[in-house]
Design a protein. Structure first.
Length: 351
């Protein structure tokens, strides 16, 4: 799961210009090169990759487009999830006017996806469920006048539990894949909730990009003593709760007690997600972990048709941290101290 965080450098493009930007994929720590282009737009334009950790785009002419494209020479040459999941644009704190944000398919323009973004979306995470891969994001102002948009990061995400994950129920721990609608499971606050649906998401190892698809392992005791109580494997964008804050798994990777699995079985593997009708915390290997949220649409699962008309599940009202640079230093230190206590050294293999 790559998260392209715009965290270093500074550059500006004017009318009809193109420049390259080196970003860091926070899931692997590797540099990734994009171009931001205003070519073909004859309006009064400004595009900037700024030192305030975001891309800022302004346009005063309707129909003009900016394109943020991942350079095709990169080993990781698409923005999409390489499997079922979603692409998320994490918008900055300023949006004016109205924009069409288009995910441009790498081979078939008929599969382009368009989302309309206006001022009310400032600070929002715009998630687009998809099974496809994309080479660029195109931003097009839909009206004349002042149009501006800021983007903090672009994320390709899948969010589920790996098969075999132990989920706490009143009758004891059961493997996530054995859950059925109507089953009761325990919540992290000591209550119970009921499974409404179990989303099934197979991953084809032969075509998946490991950094996007391979699970994050939380070693036994990596969060707190005996939490999790066994090694816990979740998809890269799955959130864990620590002290009242949700953290996407990749944001907590330290290469010691929390790391991305380098290799998965060549015949593939399967993720599962638990829908209880609410976004809440359940116990996965005795660690507080989120249930299904509609940020990844049901069509991202092979059995999504079973709940195609289910109502949207609102996100719980707690902070969510999606990138490692946003993790408070006291949490980083606490997790490092846990790794020390467990005798885990640096250099765990990652994808």
């Amino acid at each position: 799961m790559p998260t392209f965080d715009f965290i270093t450098g500074s550059a500006v493009a004017g009318t009809g210009s193109t420049f390259s930007i080196n970003f860091t994929d926070t899931s692997s720590g590797s540099p990734v090169n994009f171009t931001l282009s205003t070519s073909g737009n004859s309006g009064v334009l400004n595009a900037q990759f700024s030192v305030v950790n975001q891309i800022s785009i302004t346009d005063t002419v309707a129909g003009g487009a900016f394109v943020l494209a991942l350079n095709p020479t990169q080993a990781l040459n698409n923005i999409g999830p390489t499997g079922m999941g979603s692409v998320t644009l994490n918008l900055g704190t300023y949006v004016s006017g109205t924009w069409n944000v288009t995910l441009v398919h790498e081979t078939n323009t008929a599969l382009n996806l368009v989302t309309t973004v206006s001022a009310g979306a400032a600070g929002a995470a715009i998630s687009v469920p998809t099974t496809e891969n994309y080479s660029e994001v195109r931003f097009t102002a839909t009206g004349a006048g002042s149009n501006a948009i800021t983007i903090d990061s672009v994320t390709a995400a899948i969010t589920c539990y790996l098969e075999g994950t132990g989920i706490a129920t009143p009758a004891g721990r059961v493997a996530v894949e054995t859950l059925q609608p109507g089953d009761e499971i325990l919540t992290a606050d000591g209550g119970t909730t009921t499974v409404r649906w179990l989303g099934i998401q197979p991953i084809d190892t032969s075509t998946a990009t490991p950094a996007k698809a391979n699970p994050i392992c939380f070693a036994t005791g990596s969060i707190a003593p005996n939490v999790p109580s066994r090694d816990l494997f979740v998809s890269p964008d799955h959130a864990m709760e620590i002290d009242g804050i949700l953290y996407n798994a990749t944001a907590l990777v330290n290469g010691r007690s929390i790391y991305q699995v380098a290799q998965m079985p060549m015949d593939g593997f399967t993720y599962y997600h638990i829908d209880t009708g609410a976004h809440e915390l359940v116990l996965a290997e005795d660690a507080a972990s989120e249930t299904y949220l509609d940020a990844v649409g049901r069509d991202a699962f092979i059995n999504g048709h079973e709940q195609a008309d289910a109502p949207i599940i609102p996100e719980m009202s707690v902070p969510r941290i999606v990138a490692s640079r946003m993790v408070p230093q006291d949490v980083v230190r606490a997790l490092s101290d846990r790794a020390d206590a467990l005798g885990l050294t640096a250099g765990r293999k990652v994808a």
